[in-house]
Design a protein around this ligand. Structure first.
Ligand code: ADP
Length: 224
């Protein structure tokens, strides 16, 4: 008899600049899963000028968190779509214990969450965020090889509005105060793993793959 295949539901944790977005993107691509980045969803809403985007702009620019209710609604809706049935990679959510608690409710009966916490020392985060550029037109993160223009759409590279000096420090403060407690929330689970993010991106990708394989009992199957 064939065993039912469980979904591969991955949650990426880590401070701003830890490389969550890059690693989430790579993992999602190589495993054929949707990457759900709440930062990207909010930035798209800002660019599109939707009411949600307009309401979130000032909060994001100040480095503060958008309200739990809005975020839970966005992610709850996204996770009802059929493309998330085989699993997903969540980047930027949950960011508070209230969001993590709500996610457990949403996940009821959908299999375990594999939680990957990427750890990077604060000096390295500050250095990375100061150097980070994104495309001013399409918003993608620019890899170091891109000097002045976006390799995808040719747009000019710019500093993200919330990567400015004072705002970065505020985002790190917000991380320690509101997001770090989630690590405690998840750390007792058998599917929680910490990885060292202070290494070249390919090494981080390999250790993340290894960590996720370790908690999986077969391809796409995760021990609850
Ligand atoms: P980072 O580089 O800090 O990981 P993101 O792109 O994930 O940044 O998020 C950018 C901003 O979007 C955050 O500083 C915050 O204002 C808002 N945001 C994203 N995800 C959430 C969330 N889950 N809860 C509250 N606010 C969020």
């Amino acid at each position: 008899m064939q065993r039912p295949t469980l979904a591969l539901n991955v949650v990426m944790l880590g401070p701003p600049g830890a490389g969550k977005g890059t690693q989430a993107e790579r993992f999602a691509r190589t495993h054929g899963l949707p990457k759900i980045s709440t930062g990207d969803i909010l930035r798209e809403a800002v660019v599109a000028g939707t009411p949600m985007g307009q309401a979130a702009t000032a909060t994001m620019d100040a480095g503060e968190l958008v309200g739990d209710e809005v975020m839970i609604e966005i992610v709850g809706e996204r996770l009802t779509r059929p493309d998330t049935r085989p699993g997903f990679v969540l980047d930027g959510f949950p960011r508070t214990v209230a969001q993590a608690t709500a996610l457990d409710g949403i996940m009821d009966g959908r299999g375990a969450l594999v939680v990957i916490d990427i750890v990077v020392p604060e000096e390295a985060l500050l250095r990375r965020l100061a150097a980070r550029r994104i495309c001013g037109s399409c918003g993608v993160n620019a890899p170091v090889e891109w000097i002045a223009a976006c390799g995808t759409c040719g747009g000019a590279l710019v500093v993200r509005t919330d990567d400015g000096n004072g705002i970065v420090r505020e985002r790190l403060r917000v991380y320690h105060r509101q997001t770090r407690p989630i690590v405690e929330f998840y750390s007792g689970r058998p599917t929680f793993r910490t990885i060292d993010g202070n290494q070249p991106p390919d090494v981080v990708t390999a250790s993340m793959d290894g960590a996720i394989r370790e908690v999986s009992v077969g391809p796409g199957e995760v021990r609850a």
